[in-house]
Design a protein around this ligand. Structure first.
Ligand code: MN
Length: 249
């Protein structure tokens, strides 16, 4: 019985003149050509961080490329460590906005929050009866409510306010929109109230599929908090929707 090919996973931090010079893009091209999966992101301190996994020789070749740098880049040092496999199916850019997100509080027959994520040219939407949470121990039911055109998502009315909004990054091991189609999508929100990693996990099929929205454990998580109660009001107008219905507890 043939053994599985030797595989390796590395995490690299590349220091030098490596941002804004095409190094990240060159790294993606090289990783794709080598059949390596993982991700690359520009860090705030000017370095570039890379996670790469795949056949040992291919990963070693990518590591050698990182040491060498691309044409316009100057690599001063590379910190390299072997890490565990994360199971990526793509080599993706991290830290780059995928579009807008909006959370509206909506008074209807039953009060709820609407989460809208821009995916391509439309907004995918979920109705969340109890609203989002920043506590990773809390799972919030989210009912898929389909797609709508991007304009209009940020409109307020007598019975709806924009509770939060901002940009978001697609994350996880599976590319979007396949991640949504498979029912497990990881993303990072950059809002006023909602920040850091979140996951949407589908728990049932159907036209109005049931999902769970869960805050991921990261530096933005706030165990024990109730952000909906603590920070009511519109991020556009500071307006607070009137008395809350009995449906929310
Ligand atoms: Mn709604």
């Amino acid at each position: 019985m043939a053994g599985t090919p030797a595989r390796d996973a590395i995490r690299a931090v590349v220091h030098g003149a490596v941002q804004g010079v095409g190094f990240r893009e060159a790294t993606i091209r090289r990783a794709l050509a080598l059949g390596v999966t993982g991700w690359v992101r520009n860090e705030d301190d000017g370095s570039v961080r890379v996670h790469a996994e795949g056949p040992r020789e291919a990963v070693a070749e990518l590591a050698a490329f990182l040491e060498r740098g691309s044409r316009a880049a100057r690599v001063d040092a590379v910190e390299l460590e072997h890490v565990g496999f994360e199971g990526h199916e793509q080599f993706a850019v991290r830290g780059v906005s995928a579009g807008r997100f909006v959370v509206r509080e909506h008074r209807a027959s039953s009060d709820h929050f609407d989460l809208l994520l821009q995916v391509g040219g439309t907004m995918r939407s979920w109705a969340i009866p109890k609203g989002p949470s920043m506590d990773p121990a809390v799972k919030r039911l989210a009912l898929e409510t389909g797609e709508r055109a991007a304009p209009g998502a940020e409109l307020e009315s007598d019975d709806a306010i924009v509770w939060d909004r901002g940009s978001y990054e697609q994350g996880g091991r599976v590319p979007w929109p396949q991640a949504l189609e498979r029912g497990h999508a990881v993303f990072v929100l950059h809002g006023r109230k909602l920040r850091g990693g979140f996951a949407l996990q589908r728990t049932g099929e159907g036209e109005r599929a049931r999902w769970l929205l869960v805050k991921r454990r990261d530096e933005h998580a706030r165990p024990g908090s109730d952000v909906v109660a603590e920070r009511p009001g519109s991020v556009l107008s500071d307006r607070v929707l009137g008395e809350r219905g009995a449906s929310r507890t």
